[in-house]
Structures are given as C-alpha cells and as structure tokens.
Design a protein around this ligand. Structure first.
Ligand code: ATP
Ligand code: MG
Length: 584
C-alpha cells in the first residue's frame, strides 16, 4: 500500500455527518491509522437505507444499513446451513447479533476474460484466498504481482465486469464436506448437480491442505482389494497407497477404477470419483453404473466436465481430496480416483498461460510437478493414535501412443507408489484388463497383501515373464519339444485366467482358489478357449462341495500346506470331470 493512499480517509453518506459524528470518525481513523490522515466527507445520495461507509486506502468499514443487513444475513446463513432444526438457532443469532466495525478490503477489477480477472487495491490478499465480486461471483487469488492480483473465476466470467468492486474474505478456498455428500454428484465447489436438493454439510475444509507429516503416518499394511485378479495377485494395492493407472485412450483405465470402487461394497471403504475434463454424459453413465451395483451409497462423484472453466477443472481434485480428508480424519478408509490428471494438467496450463506465467516444457508452467505432488502426497495411512484412517489414490493418466516418457506421465510416475500400464495391443487382442505385467509395479502394496494371497500368487509374475519370452515361438508349436509346448500352454492358460469381464470382481477366496489351481497346472489339458467355462465350473464346485475351504481362507487369511494340497486335489479332480464331460 502506498503512503499516499493511506493518508486519505473518505466518509460516504447521503447526509453530511454532524459535528459529533465527524469527531468520532476522526478519532476512529486516527486511532487505527495514526495522526497523518486527511479526513473528508463525500456525498453519496444513492446509499440504500442510510448510514455511513468509511474508506481508508483499500480498507472499507461498512456502517451503512445495507452493509449491516448483509452482515446479519451472513450470520444467519452460517447457522442455517449447518443444522437441522434451525428456527431456535436463527432466533438466538438475531438476539445476540451486534454489528461490528470490520475493516473490509475492497479492490477493483481492471481486466476480465477467459475465467481470469486482474484486481488492484487488495494489497493484503493472500495466495489461494477467496474473493467475492460485487455480483456475488467467487474467485480465487492465484497470482500475486507487484501492484495487482491475478484471480481465477469459478462462476461464469460474463457476470464480472471491469470496474466492479471485489471484496476480500480472508478465507482460503474450501468445500463443504460431510456424510450427506455420500450418494451425491457435486461440482468442485461442493454444490449438488444431481437435482436431489441441498446438502447439509458437517464442516468446511480448505481445498489446499498440507499432507500429513511422517509422524502422523504408518506404513501401508491393509489391503485394498480391487476384485481384479491380475491386480490383487501381482500388483496388490494397500490402503493409503497411490497407484497410477496409465495408458492410451480407450484401454480400460476408467473400467479398472470403477471395478475397484464397486468392489468396496461392504468393505468399509468410502469411494470418491473425481471427473476432470470429461464429457458429462460418460460421468452420468458411470454414476448410473455405481447405482446399479449398489455402490453409489458409499460414493461421492465430483464433476468438473470438459465444458467447465479451467479454474473449476483445476480445483476439482483438491476439492475431492478435501472431502476424502474429512473421512480420513475420522479414522475411515477412502478410495479416491482422479480421472484424469492429464486433463487436469492441461487445465492448469490454460490457466497459467492466461495468468501470464512463462511457459516451460510442452508449454506447461514450471510448477506443474508440484501441482500433482501436493495432491498425491495427501494420500496417507494415518497412525493409530491419529485415528488410523486412510486415503488410497488411483490417479489416471492418458498417454499418447503408449509414450510413458512424456512430461506429465513421467512426473506422475515418479510421485506414485506404482503403476498399472495398460496396453492398446493387449486390449485389442481381448486381453482385458490390458495390464502389461512386465512393466507394471506396485511398490508398497506387497506388505499389505494377506499371507494367503502372497502364497497363492507365488511365482505367477515370474511364470508370466517366462511365457512372454517363449511366446514368439508359439507359431512353431508343431516343431517344439514336449516340455516347451507344455510351458506355452501353461502360460496361455494363465493369461486366459487373468482376463476378467467388467463388474465381475472375485472375492479373496476365489482368487486364492483360482491361483492355486492354475499354478498346480490343473488346467494343463483344457483347451484355451474353454478355460473361462472351466473356471466357472471350478468355482461353483468349491462353493457347493467344499465351502469350508473358502471359509478357512477368509478366516485365517493364510494358506497352510494342507489347505493348498486340498485345493490342488479338488481342482485336478474337477479338471478330469470337466474333460470327461466334454468328451462325452
Ligand atoms: P478413455 O480414454 O476414453 O477415458 P478408458 O481408458 O478409461 O477410456 P474405459 O472407458 O474404461 O477406457 O473402457 C473402454 C471400453 O472398454 C469400454 O467400453 C469398456 O466397457 C470396455 N472395457 C474395459 N475393460 C473391460 C474388460 N475388462 N472387459 C471387457 N470390456 C472392457
Ligand atoms: Mg476413462
């Protein structure tokens, strides 16, 4: 704030203040701003309802009737939103309310366009602070320059015009959070967009929050089961982990996340799906699918569609994360999907370029790494004394022609605890989910895997690696020796077993049974294209004739040698019957 600006205090009112009032105002100004203030009165005939407004530099004190009315309205709105039975609370608020002389900083919009406004006169506004424009539109400070601020607008920018006034709120951007959001679709500011009415929030959380420190965390040690055999067996995910799903467009990325969400049914895990820059229609479809599989009741869908402004898309994942943090701090487990962060980075690039920041590699601003690191670091498994809750993140990234070494993919790969690489070629050959077993990894989830799964999965990854090396020879099958041919059919069988249709999650006991059976070569003599049917028959047999086996796996979460032998016996028996049945 310049010295000159500080020196004038202007009092606005419809009628001139009397001597007594002038004295009081001068005393007020002197007490706050020192002796050197030049005090004058300006006639403002159109001041609604009367009263005074005092402006010193960029600070405004509002003693007008209209301003006090706004203050009271705000106080009532606060109680009314948070509680069920509001009438007595409103009465109490009105009874105890006293007008305050709050200094409000008011600035002016100098330029506006493309969802960005430049504002002058708000010298004390902080980064990330919410600003309110004269027509009620909201914006957020994103750029602090010497004499002006760059502000992103959340509402349509047509409503904000040059010369209109802007107020500080001294609040950083936040979203309403709470249990009532479960089962709902909201925009990144927490406003419901599913037509099911208002949502009473339990609290208000900042969209930007520091990640929990190391002391507050504990290692990942509890599995987050996706129900997808290939993932749970080879790339297990633990609660609190960040596992990237990466692949070209239309390779089943969303499908994996969606299956994982559905599989949390009855597993005490809340799920949040953040859609960034997608078509609204596909998100509607996803929401309907969640509903169909009874998973919407434990889910929140946060939607910033492709037609929303870049600032809204930019803020969406942080808002979703804030909603997740509310539950995590209560000791609950949350799975959050960011679909997808490539589009998020693009929205941020658009916003940054409009704010006039210098473009760097691929025209992204230099802090694009921090954009995602500060988001994904907020996933954590909290220590028991902090409630033991967790946020597991499944960020999604879209690649171009399988190029994982592009700028944004490499950034996010280095932030996450592992990646599931989805491949076009596998997807089109029918191997779905199209996970490339060779280059996918999960770094911390292994500690979270149950002993039963760990023992059952055994050498699966290794066996598949061997199979991939030999796969090229399969076209010479007739010239191969018996041993090699056997290994090839074994590998093909495993690959076939890992194909899994959407919305068909396997329970842990089913996964253990399938893995033990397959790795005991029980499917050796079964034609590859009959494997799906055999697996169905096999699982049916276990459910029907040997329910105690599944029960023991669920109970012990371990796989004793005896139990393993028993599964192998049943599986081989079942294969014999299956082959006999087919021959007859
Ligand atoms: P986009 O890049 O458009 O976001 P995506 O990578 O998220 O695409 P999805 O939308 O999940 O891909 O899947 C693409 C198509 O493949 C969908 O029609 C989906 O139903 C189908 N699909 C995905 N996974 C499987 C599967 N395991 N079995 C059969 N079909 C699948
Ligand atoms: Mg998708």
């Amino acid at each position: 704030m310049t010295e000159d600006m500080l020196k004038t205090a202007v009092l606005y009112s419809a009628e001139a203040p009397n001597e007594e009032q002038t004295k009081r105002f001068e005393a007020f100004v002197r007490e706050r701003y020192g002796e050197d203030v030049d005090f004058r009165w300006e006639e403002t005939p159109d001041m609604l309802g009367g009263g005074f407004r005092l402006k010193v530099g960029s600070e405004v004190f509002d003693w007008s009737v209209e301003g006090r009315f706004q203050q009271l309205k705000e106080a009532i709105r606060k109680v009314a939103k948070r509680h069920e039975n509001v009438v007595p609370l409103i009465k109490e608020t009105i009874r105890t309310w006293t007008p305050e002389a709050i200094a409000q900083e008011v600035g002016v919009v100098t330029t506006v366009g493309d969802g960005i406004a430049t504002v002058t006169g708000l010298d004390n506004a902080t980064f990330g602070e919410i600003l309110i424009f004269s027509n009620g539109a909201r914006g957020m400070v994103q750029d602090i320059r010497e004499n002006e601020l760059g502000c992103i607008l959340f509402d349509e920018d047509g409503d904000v015009s040059e010369g209109s006034s802007v107020k500080r709120t001294a609040k950083t951007a936040g979203v309403p959070v709470g249990e009532n959001f479960l089962g709902r679709v909201v925009d990144p500011l927490g406003v419901p967009i599913d037509g099911k009415g208002d949502i009473a929030e339990a609290d208000y959380f900042p969209v930007e929050a520091p990640a929990p420190g190391i002391v507050k965390r504990q290692p990942v040690n509890t599995p987050l089961e996706t129900g997808i055999l290939a993932i749970d067996a080879m790339f297990p995910i633990g609660r609190g982990q960040r596992e990237l799903i990466i692949g070209d467009r239309q390779t089943g990325k969303t499908a994996i996340a969606l299956d994982a969400m559905i599989n949390q049914n009855g597993k005490n895990c809340i799920t949040i799906y953040v859609a960034i820059g997608q078509k609204t229609s596909s998100v509607v479809q996803l929401t309907n699918t969640l509903k169909k599989y009874d998973a919407l009741k434990h889910s929140i869908v946060v939607l910033a569609s492709a037609s929303d402004s870049a600032p809204l898309q930019y803020i969406a994942p942080y808002a979703g994360c804030a909603m997740a943090e509310y539950f995590m701090h209560q000791g609950k487990d949350v799975l959050i999907v960011y679909d997808d962060l490539s589009k998020h980075a693009v929205a941020y690039r658009t916003m940054s370029l409009l704010l006039g920041r210098s473009p760097g590699r691929e025209a992204f601003p230099g802090d694009v790494f921090y954009l995602h690191s500060r988001l994904l670091e907020r996933s954590a498994r909290m220590a028991d004394q902090y409630g033991g809750g967790s946020i597991t993140a499944l960020p999604i990234v879209e690649t171009q022609a399988g190029d994982v070494s592009a700028y944004i993919p490499t950034n996010i790969i280095s932030i996450t605890d592992g990646q599931l690489f989805l491949e076009n070629e596998l997807f089109f050959s029918g191997q779905r989910p199209a996970i490339n077993v060779g280059i996918s990894v999960s770094r911390v989830g292994g500690d979270a895997q149950t002993k039963a799964m760990k023992k059952a999965a055994g050498t699966l990854k290794l066996d598949l690696a061997q199979y991939r090396e030999m796969e090229v020879f399969s076209q010479f099958a007739s010239d191969l020796d018996e041993q090699t041919r056997k290994q090839l059919t074994y590998g093909q069988g495993l690959m076939r077993m890992l194909r899994q249709p959407q919305y068909h999650p396997y329970s842990q006991q089913e996964q253990v049974i399938l893995l033990v059976s397959a790795m005991a070569h029980a499917m050796q003599d079964i034609e590859t294209d009959q494997i799906p049917e055999f697996l169905r028959t096999l699982l049916e047999k276990f459910h029907r004739d040997h329910p105690e086996i599944g029960e023991e796996i669920e109970r012990e979460k371990d796989l004793s040698d005896q139990l393993k032998a028993k599964i192998e016996d049943v599986a081989k028996e079942c294969a014999k019957d299956f082959l006999r049945g087919n021959r007859e």
